[in-house]
Design a protein around this ligand. Structure first.
Ligand code: BES
Ligand code: ZN
Ligand code: ZN
Length: 481
């Protein structure tokens, strides 16, 4: 989508007009007849959040009314959602261009609306031979924000689109080696440092988890380390982001039955998210020293596949009994988390992973199942910004009793417990590899990929979590004073 910032005078504007209405001023601000104003009033009386369309053939005026009295985060989310609803109307009306302005609306609200519009306009077109509908271009009234402000948000949204594209791309076209190459080339363009470890190097690092999961695959694994270090960071110790990069999860020898395998191209969403967050920080020169560690492989049942009962030695020497080869994400993440703790002296480790089906069963697709160890302060901040950007966290307990559930008879720990508290035992498994480094675990299984359209998220990859972690980095100085 192309945006321009220009003045817009609603009464004389020639073209399709999108008008955001936060209070009762429509009659004054818009060229509406008495009858039209009455209709708008009626619709607003029934529900303040509504969209009313007026014919000005060959153009339309779309009045997007919203309740500006709600708390900011709800109001912003409503605007994002209204933008998505509006886009469906625009699509039905085959609108390719429009102007956007409003009354009774503050810049943050306008930004939220445009954010929703931008995010909703994405579709995964790469394999379509026919053209899909997109709102081609929009002119936004320039009284709401400066070009700089707008462009930095646009760069963030672009990162979300890239993330979605990666996650939506099937493994046939995006295996670990290719994904690593793409990341390296973006990093080079941005001046971000990027180290790609290939299989031999991963062997010499002795990352037993990553290597075990990779054994059933014909494709090589990769371990990618990205580092963005601005001149004067607010943090002395880096923020280390770890992302699950399972390029495809068949389950391995514990193969996924029936339709459980479908959508498992999305099992690298954690890695795509964390890379995108780091790139967004670099794009917009955020003053935060951040590292992203991305272990990548697919999980397949090839002839040499790792098996239940195998005992692995991880990067930090911990031994792990494999109980189920479908609990593979935690194995590759454990190596990466241990690698972070040993080599980066992190101020905080945050991981994002499509880790457990149990997280989806617990809270559905409405938020992130989150846990923390030694990180109550950062967790609170993350949780607050999560409410603000509406990418929300639900905190799960990390009581020591849960450690008992993954004790092994034959090794230090096993890779899964019983059917109970599967999301927590997965988190607990990972937390031991962070040692005493403050650690936050984000299980994004419910939100990384949607099987049904949800407002401004199309079917497929969402990029959920990028706005969250970006907003977290924007406020990161609070933790480092
Ligand atoms: N990638 C899956 C988790 C998942 C399931 C993500 C559904 C998104 C949607 C993960 O590797 C997995 O298979 N987890 C198992 C763990 C179990 C074997 C302990 C699960 O959740 O069933
Ligand atoms: Zn799995
Ligand atoms: Zn998985």
């Amino acid at each position: 989508m192309n945006y321009k910032l220009e003045p817009i005078a609603p009464k004389t504007y020639v073209g399709n007009l999108i008008f955001l209405l936060g209070d009762e001023v429509a009659e004054r601000a818009l060229p509406l007849s008495k009858k039209e104003v009455d209709l708008l009033k009626e619709r607003r009386a029934a529900k303040l959040d509504c969209i009313v369309r007026f014919d000005r053939l060959p153009y339309y005026i779309y009045v997007v009314s919203f309740n500006s009295e709600k708390p900011a985060s709800e109001c912003h989310e409503q605007l994002r959602r209204s933008a998505a609803d509006l886009l469906s109307l625009l699509k039905a009306d085959k609108i390719a261009m429009a102007g956007i302005t409003g009354e009774g609306i503050i810049p943050e609200e306008m930004m939220a609306f445009v954010e929703g519009l931008t995010l909703a306009d994405y579709t995964f077109d790469r394999y379509k031979t026919a053209d899909e509908y997109h709102l081609g271009s929009a002119t936004i009234d320039d009284r709401f924000f400066s070009a700089d402000e707008f462009e930095s948000n646009q760069r963030l949204w672009n990162r979300i689109m890239w993330c979605r594209e990666w996650v939506n791309t099937p493994v046939q076209d995006l295996n670990a080696a290719r994904f690593a190459d793409e990341l390296a080339s973006i990093a080079a363009d941005l001046g971000v440092s990027c180290t790609v470890f290939d299989k031999r190097q991963i062997e010499s690092l002795r990352m037993g988890g990553l290597l075990a999961v990779n054994r059933g695959s014909v494709d090589e694994p990769r371990f990618v380390a990205l580092e963005y270090k601005p001149a004067e960071p607010v943090n002395d110790k880096p923020l280390v982001l770890v992302g699950k990069g399972i390029m495809y999860d068949t389950g391995g020898l514990n193969i996924k039955p029936d339709d459980y395998m479908q959508e498992m191209k999305s099992d690298m969403a954690g890695a795509a998210t964390m890379a995108s967050v780091l790139f967004a920080a670099a794009d917009n020169a955020l003053p935060v020293h951040v590292v992203a560690l991305l272990p990548m492989t697919d999980n397949r049942p090839g002839a040499n596949a790792y098996a239940a009962d195998d005992i692995l030695t991880m990067y930090d020497g911990t031994t792990v009994e494999v109980v189920n080869t479908d609990a593979e994400g935690r194995l590759i993440l454990a190596d990466a988390i241990a690698y972070a703790a040993k080599n980066y002296n992190p101020g905080l480790i945050v991981d994002a992973a499509t880790l457990t089906g149990a997280a989806v069963r617990a809270i559905s697709t409405f938020g992130i199942a989150a846990m923390q160890q030694n990180a109550a302060g950062p967790y609170n901040l993350l949780s607050i910004v999560g409410e603000q950007v509406y990418e929300r966290l639900v905190q799960f307990p990390f009581w020591s009793e849960y450690d008992e559930l993954i004790k092994s008879e034959v090794a230090d720990v096993k890779n899964c417990g019983t059917a109970q508290a599967g999301t927590i035992t997965a988190g607990k498994f990972l937390a031991r590899f962070a040692k005493d480094v403050p650690y936050i675990h984000l299980d994004i299984a419910g939100v990384a990929y949607f099987s049904k359209k949800q407002h401004y998220y199309a079917v497929g990859a969402s990029g959920y979590g990028i706005r969250l972690l970006y907003a977290f980095m924007q406020t990161y100085d609070i933790l480092n004073k």
